[in-house]
Design a protein around this ligand. Structure first.
Ligand SMILES: Cc1ncc(COP(=O)(O)O)c(C=O)c1O
Length: 366
């Protein structure tokens, strides 16, 4: 099989379609306000940079499972922040940013043709990519408990959601986990926005009230990209079922999927500190309040968005008309159909711009 045969299974990379609108927005006399990609723009906290630099002299190979200090930091954070109990080193596994994990997990689980991988109807596009890379069938859901469990090998949850900012309640999570266990479906819960709840307090699938204190068939995915402004470091990890993580560890060792040693050290520092997370939350909260008010005054409706880094917004028109309208104001947003056809009348407005750029957007919407 040629390489082209693999890439032809994948959806067209959608961001290229946004280029003409980016050019329009960039022509604004006061410059573009780019709220399209959710990439952090605030500085990496000093204590994390220091840890990275102090570990710069790392000539040897790092391990896939990570240093003992890293595993201690992961288990400690999972217990402290997620409320999980009895979390040992066997319950955690570092990954090289969560996107690579999302894209390659179905392959690493040995899934392929005849298997099904399910994810929310409106979702981060990489869940579909992961299914397609291994030849499994991608399936979307509104409520996962309404899925036909036949052949369903992997169920992705994403709460808080990208792009909608919707949060699954503890009761919903409990019901979904019970259903998945009843049908022997492995659950991966992408919780990378867990620290960014505004009008909701997101709960992990590893919380004892949800999982009943055992991690069978459950893995939570966490990333430091958003909570600690570390998207450039590629720092993320898994926590949950030791049988699943043990298998992934073996495969990832053979595949050389190691987090660089300085990044491991930086992750230890980042997970040991809550203050920078709180400071970053406050920045996003202020931006969110200003931007939401300006969008609503401009005639937008904001749906869900009780958590995460996005305002899921609409003006009762096709999303590309909204993209074009905002581009004329020098504001670039992501069209909702990037996340599934159900998003065709929404746009996703990211909070990841500097205070100065958010102020500019607010003025232009006024
Ligand atoms: C839902 C979701 N999962 C995973 C990721 C990947 O994050 P990272 O690879 O930086 O850990 C993103 C990034 O935007 C996301 O929105």
């Amino acid at each position: 099989m040629s390489a082209a045969a693999v890439s032809s299974r994948l959806p067209v990379f959608p961001w290229d379609k946004l280029e003409p609108y980016k050019a329009t927005a960039a022509a604004h006399p006061d410059g573009i306000v780019d709220l399209s990609v959710g990439t952090p723009v605030d500085p990496v906290p000093e204590l994390i940079r220091r840890a990275l630099v102090e570990a710069a002299d790392s000539p040897g190979y790092p391990t896939v499972w990570g240093t003992v200090a890293l595993r201690d930091a992961l288990t400690g954070w999972v217990e402290r922040r997620l409320g999980a109990r009895g979390v040992t080193h066997r319950h955690v596994l570092p990954v090289v940013g969560s996107k690579e994990l999302v894209a390659w997990l179905p392959t690493q689980l040995g899934l392929g043709p005849g298997d099904r991988v399910a994810y929310p109807r409106l979702a981060y596009p990489t869940y579909e990519v992961g299914a397609r890379l291994c030849g499994a069938e991608p399936v979307v859901y509104d409520d996962p408990t309404e899925l036909d469990p036949a052949g369903l090998r992997l169920l992705w949850l994403n709460s808080p959601s990208n792009p909608t900012g919707r949060v699954l309640s503890q009761d919903e999570l409990t019901r979904i986990v019970a259903w998945a266990r009843r049908h022997g479906v492995l659950v991966f819960s992408d919780e990378c926005y867990l620290e960014l709840g505004w009008e909701a307090d997101p709960v992990s699938v590893l919380h004892p009230e949800v999982c009943g204190g055992t991690y069978d068939g459950l893995v939570a995915v966490h990333s430091l990209s958003k909570r600690s402004n570390l998207a450039g470091y590629r720092a993320a990890f898994l926590a949950g079922d030791p049988a699943v993580l043990g298998e992934l560890l073996q495969i990832r060792k053979h595949g050389g999927m190691m987090t660089p040693a300085p990044v491991q050290a930086a992750t230890v520092a980042a997970l040991g500190d809550d203050r920078h997370v709180q400071e970053q939350r406050e920045r996003y909260s202020a931006r969110r309040t200003a931007l939401r008010a300006a969008l609503e005054a401009h005639g937008f409706r904001v749906d869900h968005s009780e958590a995460s880094l996005y305002l899921w917004s609409r003006r009762d028109e096709p999303c590309w008309d909204t993209v074009a309208h905002l581009a004329e104001l020098g504001i670039l947003v992501a069209p909702g159909d990037f996340y599934g056809v159900a998003g065709e009348r929404h746009v996703r407005v990211a909070l990841t711009a500097t205070d100065e750029r958010i102020d500019a957007a607010v003025k232009r919407l006024g």
